[in-house]
Design a protein around this ligand. Sequence first.
Ligand code: M6R
Length: 589
Amino acid sequence: MCGIIGYIGGGNAAREVYQGLKRLEYRGYDSAGGAFLNGDELVVVKKQGRVEKLLPFIDGLRATAGIGHTRWATHGAPSDGNAHPHTVGDISVVHNGIIENYAELKSELVADGAVFVSDTDSEVIAHLLNKFYDGDLAYAMKKTVDMLEGSYAILAVRRGVQRIYAACNKSPLIIGYGDGENFCASDEPALAGKCDGISVLDDGDFAEISAEGVIIYDGDMQAVIREISPNLAVCENLGLGDCPHYMLKEIREVPLSVTQTVKAFAGAEQKLKAAFAGVDRIILTGCGTAYHAALLGKRYFEIFAKIPAETEIASEFRYKNPVIGKNTAVIAVSQSGETADTVEAARLARGLGARVIAVTNSRRSQLNRVADAVVPVAAGVEICVAATKSYTGQVAALLACAFAVAGYSYAEKAGVFGNIAELCGKVIENIDASSLAHLCSRSRGVYFLGRDLDYAVALEGSLKLKEISYVPGEGYPAGELKHGTLALIDENTVSVFLITDERLAGKCANAVEQVVSRGGRAAVITNVNGVPEKLPECVEHIILLPECEPYLAPFLTAVAVQTLAYRTAVILNRDPDKPRNLAKSVTVE
Ligand code: M6R
């Protein structure tokens, strides 16, 4: 899963490709590269590491066309050699996706004398294009993709041919139409400010792109027209402001994410209600942080709408032969709307007759296209790989959905969200997680524990900490501690308890006792009156949050655990915005 970009026209192709790659870096950042038509030459530059590494090598080019790639390694370690483009003969290729039958294809090509120089699946595409090329790259592309199994968005250029050739299947590819120049890219944000109109290619489509125009073909190589719609991606101010990292900036934007999301919900309410007519069962699905938001959404639907709700991790859901009826609503939660596991889960649910509702921070994504109704998350662009403001935006959107399905009007509940935003603002302003972060940074394991809604946030706290600080740990239901996990506790572990529900506070305090009496270090994040007094004296860290209704507390504890993770990562000198081995958007299964 990676980002790809192509440019052809009268501008500076090297600069355009570079800028596009910078905007696509969230899709992967372990290596980057480009191939440029520079006069009669085909110039290929590829480097392990971030996109910036390309700049010194492409700065002086006067290229008229180029293709670029930013990589998240699937096959083959991050290295210069495994970086894209892959070049065979005079043809260079960039690829996003996974070629599932690459091993068979490679054996056949090697038997024919091909010499492979990388460990990637993608290199087979370059060999096939070279093999099938007989003066027509469009034809070679068709012959090549006929051999491929799996997912792909491919761009190819050939020395001396002023064209970019594209093909896609189950990996997104869009065309951007400019004036005397044209673009193609993995997604719309890569083209922010670059062109007014875009088309989304269908699975199986091909495109031949020149400075003068774009011809799109379907899988049978028949010319087709794909709708041109306005490019909605805007050049937002994506600077850091006075923050050292995007993660901190985005945590500070949590209140805005909540208020904007709820404002945007007003426009989606009627469609959502229509999609829910007659629904008697809800399945919420997503991956990672989005799944954790779904866990809270499940409880909101049960508490307010009184509809039985379940959650399923999207990557598991698909392979379970799910039982789905026409009165089942499947709510797919995804920041990017491009997560392959979630998109495919939604597709499957739709195929089985469910009503599919997308809860997403993307205005135009694969998930939006699959869904019957879209509930927008208006968190704004999230740059940090670790989800923060998009998570609270998702939770706000799910709470708004539950209210709407329960029959509350938007006006009746608007005040609730204003209150949440205000309280989150107070937490952001006052929280001091530094000393607890120091303790976590020195620990062998950090366990986040809570019950009911606190457990859902405990899972998220644990994921956030692992993701950006690399300190191991888990999230557990506090009541389960005594059924096994307690064996892990010793003086080198930290247990962080979330306690925001008065009904469960006494029982959670017992679990704290169980930890400290075994020599474990404990911390408590709470907003329940009287809890600090009930805790053993040796609880070193107590973070107090403002009081609120228990169902609203996840917004506040989320900000607290996000801040704790951020501080821990900074103490350990990690880059919280670009954690190792990860990418923001995971478009492969
Ligand atoms: O774009 P999505 O919300 O579908 O992404 C799902 C997960 O990959 C994502 O939430 C991931 O877990 C985050 N990096 C966690 O911070």
